[in-house]
Design a protein around this ligand. Structure first.
Ligand code: K7E
Ligand code: CUA
Length: 667
C-alpha cells in the first residue's frame, strides 16, 4: 500500500525524464557542437552544451522547472531562526511564496506598526517587557490522525520560550503564548496526533518561575520543563486554562516528538547534559562544551502525556506564576516519566511513521540509536530498580534498544519516506544518510542498514521530507537545511546565506540526487515541514467586508461606505475611514495636538488584487489592508504639523493619488 501511492505519477515523471535524457544522448553531442559553432543558441541542447550541463543536471531541471502559471505540488513551512518568522516555500520549484511574521515586526505586512495596537505581538511580551524578535526553530502543522490537515501552524521561540499560532486560512499569526514558569525552549513545537496538545519542550535548566537561584545550587534549585499547550480548534486558540507543564530534572531537554499509532499518548525527548555541568571556566570548572559531554550517556525522556493530563485534571499540578506545573515528585509517583540511556551528546528524537520506533542521533556518536516502543512498554511493565539522581526510573538500555545503525559522523535528525527508508542528517560529514528500517511495514528485506550517503553543501542540520514526519510520508522530495553555503553562491560579503537543497528520493537504493540549491538570505531555517499543496485552503479575500483577522469575524466597529468621518468627544477623536481603489475617505483629517486618536480603516474591496497600505509618517504607523479587512489603531497626537498619509501598495494607475492629509493644529 505504501509503495503504490502516487506510483502512476512517478512512472509518468520517470518516463518524461527518460524520453528527454535518451533524446539528449542520441542527438546532443555532434549536433550541439555544430549549432554552438554556428552561434545558434535557440535550441535547448545547444544551451545545455554551452552551459556545460550534464544529463543529471537536465534531469534535475526537468524535475524542478516550473513554468509560469504552473503551481507547486508542495508547500514547505520553514522556520527562519533568529529572524523570528516562518517561510512558505513551494516545491519542487523552491520558490519563496510568503514570509509570515511571527515574533518580529514586519512593515510590509503591517505587522507591529499600529494595527490593532500590535495586539498579537503584545501577547508575547513577558511581564510587560516588549520582546520584538524570536528564535524560531521547529514549525508544526496541525494533524488529524497523525497526518497534516492544513489548518494551523505552530512555532516556538527558543530564546524566550514562547509559542505562536498561525491560521493557514490567511497565513497570519493569531496568538503568542508564554509559560510564565520558564524562560526558554527548544523541543517545540510538536503536536499530538490530533492536535489536542502543542508540545513545547524546554532546553537549558533554570530556576522555575523566573526566580533567582545561585548556580552552585543547580541540582537542587534548577529544573527542566515541558509544556503541553491545549489547542481548541473551535476558537483556533491555545486554551491557557487547560494547558499545563511538567517539571523535569535539570538536564537539558532537547528535541521532542509525539508518539503516533501504537505509541499515541506518549512523548519522547532526547536530552543532554545529564552531567548537570554548570560551566564557570572563570572559577576553574570545565567549560560548558566540555562539561556537558563528559559522561558517556544522556537520557531519552519517555513521558506518558495521557496519564499526565489525568494528574493535571485531578489537581496534581501546582501554581507557578499563574501556570499549572506538575512537580517532578508527583510525576515519579504517578509513573508519568521514565528515562532510558542515550549515546553521547544525543540530538533529535524522531518517531517512525507507524509509531513503533524512536530514532535518536548522537552528535558525537556515529550511530543512530533505534528504540522500540514495544520494548519500552515491556520494560516499564517489568519494572526497574534503577533511578537517576532525582528518583526517576531508568530503563536499561539493552531492554529498550532495538538496534543501532552506523551512519557516519554527527547524526542529528531523521525523517521518513514511503519506501521504508529513513534519512538522517550527518552534520560533521555534511551528508544525508539514507538507511533502511529493517522491520515489518518498512524494508524487512533489506534489514537495518546504511544504503547511501548524499553529500550536501554544507553543515546540514534538519531534513524535511514530503509529509516525512507524519503517519504516511509521501516520499519523492527531501530538503536538506544546510547552514553557511561557503562556495555555492556569489559572495555578498562575510555574512553567508543558508543553503536549502532539494533532493530527489523517489528512486530506491543509492539513486538519490540533488536537484536544486536555494539560498535563504536570512537566518538559519532549522526545521521545516512539507505539506501537499492540495491540503491547504487559504482564502482569496477575507470572507466578508469589515473582517477583523485578529478575531476572524466581522468587526462590529467596521466602517461602511457613507458613514466615514471624524468625530470628537473632548480630547478623544474617532476617525472612520474606508479605502477602495484609488481613494481614501475622508481625505482630510483635522485634529488638535494633544488629542487621542482612534482610527478605523475598512477596505470595501472584493477584488483579489486590491490590497492597500496605509502609511502615516512620524507616528510609526504602517498597515496592510487586504481586501475586506478592517483595522483599528490608536495614537496620541503629540506633534503638530501636516502629515501626508498614503497607500503603500501599487494598487492602480492612480495609486500615487491614493492619499490624504492629517492636519494637527498646535495647542
Ligand atoms: Cu538540530 Cu533547534 Cu532542531 Cu537547529 S535544532 S539544526
Ligand atoms: Cu491603494 Cu495604492
Amino acid at each position: 500500500m505504501m509503495f503504490s501511492r502516487r506510483l502512476s505519477s512517478k512512472i509518468f515523471l520517470v518516463a518524461v525524464v527518460l524520453v528527454v535524457v535518451s533524446a539528449l544522448t542520441l542527438v546532443l553531442a555532434p549536433k550541439a557542437i555544430t549549432s554552438a559553432q554556428s552561434g545558434d543558441t535557440s535550441d535547448w541542447q545547444t544551451i545545455a552544451e554551452q552551459r556545460g550541463l550534464t544529463e543529471a543536471d537536465l534531469r534535475a531541471a526537468v524535475m524542478t522547472y516550473t513554468p509560469s502559471g504552473m503551481m507547486d505540488e508542495y508547500v514547505m513551512f520553514a522556520s527562519s531562526g533568529q529572524a523570528g518568522q516562518v517561510l512558505a516555500i513551494g516545491l519542487p520549484s523552491m520558490r519563496l511564496l510568503r514570509l509570515i511574521s511571527v515574533f518580529t515586526p514586519e512593515s510590509w505586512q503591517g505587522y507591529g506598526y499600529g494595527a490593532d495596537n500590535n495586539s498579537v505581538l503584545k501577547q508575547g511580551y513577558i511581564d510587560g517587557q516588549p520582546i520584538l524578535w524570536g528564535d524560531t526553530h521547529h514549525p508544526a502543522l496541525s494533524e488529524t490522525a497523525g497526518d497534516y490537515d492544513g489548518q494551523w501552524l505552530f512555532i516556538g521561540d527558543k530564546s524566550s520560550g514562547r509559542v505562536a499560532v498561525i491560521d493557514l486560512r490567511d497565513f497570519e499569526t493569531k496568538q503568542i503564548v508564554h509559560n510564565p514558569a520558564f524562560l526558554n525552549d527548544h523541543g517545540g513545537t510538536f503536536v499530538t496526533p490530533n492536535t489536542e496538545y502543542i508540545v513545547e519542550g524546554g532546553q537549558y535548566g533554570l530556576p522555575m518561575g523566573g526566580e533567582y537561584a545561585p548556580i552552585s545550587d543547580y541540582q537542587t534549585s534548577y529544573s527542566g520543563m515541558i509544556t503541553f499547550w491545549k489547542f481548541n480548534r473551535d476558537t483556533g486558540r491555545i486554551d491557557m486554562d487547560q494547558s499545563f507543564a511538567m517539571q523535569l530534572p535539570p538536564y537539558w531537554q532537547d528535541l521532542c516528538d509525539s508518539g503516533k499509532s501504537v505509541s499515541e499518548g506518549w512523548i519522547f525527548c532526547n536530552s543532554f547534559n545529564a552531567e548537570m555541568a554548570t560551566g564557570g571556566i572563570e572559577e576553574g570548572n570545565p567549560p560548558f562544551e566540555a562539561g556537558v559531554s563528559k559522561g558517556a550517556v544522556d537520557y531519552l525522556h519517555i513521558i506518558n502525556i495521557k496519564a499526565a493530563e489525568a494528574v493535571f485534571k485531578a489537581g496534581g499540578a501546582v501554581d507557578v506564576n499563574g501556570f499549572m506545573v506538575i512537580p517532578l515528585a508527583t510525576s515519579i509517583q504517578n509513573n508519568l516519566l521514565y528515562l532510558a540511556p542515550e549515546p553521547r551528546s544525543p540530538h533529535g528524537a524522531d518517531v517512525a511513521p507507524h509509531g513503533d520506533f524512536i530514532m535518536v542521533g548522537g552528535k558525537l556518536d556515529p550511530h543512530v540509536s533505534v528504540y522500540s516502543f514495544q520494548k519500552i512498554q515491556d520494560a516499564i511493565a517489568a519494572g526497574t530498580s534503577e533511578t537517576d539522581t532525582f528518583g526517576v526510573p531508568v530503563l536499561a538500555l539493552e531492554s529498550v534498544l532495538e538496534t543501532q545503525v552506523e551512519l557516519g559522523l554527527g547524526p542529528l535528525h531523521t525523517v521518513f519516506d514511503d519506501q521504508g527508508y529513513a534519512y538522517t542528517s550527518l552534520f560533521l560529514d555534511s551528508a544525508v544518510a539514507r538507511w533502511s528500517i529493517g522491520a515489518e511495514g518498512y524494508r524487512p528485506q533489506d534489514g537495518w542498514k546504511l544504503i547511501n550517503k548524499t553529500p550536501v553543501q554544507y553543515n546540514v542540520g534538519h531534513l524535511a521530507a514530503a509529509e516525512g514526519d507524519t503517519a504516511s510520508p509521501d516520499g519523492r522530495f527531501l530538503v536538506a537545511l544546510n547552514k553557511w553555503s561557503v562556495d555555492r553562491f556569489l559572495s555578498t560579503g562575510p555574512l553567508l546565506p543558508q543553503n536549502l537543497q532539494l533532493i530527489d528520493i523517489s528512486r530506491p537504493g543509492d539513486q538519490t540526487q540533488i536537484l536544486y540549491d536555494m539560498p535563504i538570505t536570512g537566518a538559519e531555517p532549522h526545521y521545516a515541514q512539507i505539506i501537499k499543496a492540495d491540503k491547504l485552503h487559504a482564502w482569496d479575500v477575507y470572507p466578508e467586508v469589515g473582517w477583523n483577522p485578529t478575531t476572524q469575524s466581522v468587526d462590529p466597529n467596521a466602517v461602511t461606505q457613507g458613514t466615514e468621518g471624524v468625530t470628537r468627544d473632548g480630547n478623544n477623536v474617532i476617525v472612520r475611514m474606508t479605502v477602495v481603489r484609488s481613494h481614501m475617505t475622508p481625505e482630510h483629517v483635522e485634529i488638535q495636538k494633544g488629542d487621542h486618536v482612534t482610527w478605523t480603516i475598512t477596505s470595501v474591496e472584493r477584488a483579489r488584487d486590491a490590497t492597500h497600505g496605509f502609511a502615516l509618517p512620524f507616528y510609526n504607523i504602517n498597515l496592510s489592508i487586504e481586501p475586506g479587512e478592517s483595522i483599528n489603531f490608536e495614537f496620541d497626537a503629540t506633534r503638530s504639523g501636516v502629515f501626508s498619509f498614503y497607500c503603500t501598495e501599487f494598487c492602480s494607475a492612480l495609486h500615487l493619488e491614493m492619499m490624504g492629509y492629517l492636519m494637527i493644529k498646535p495647542d
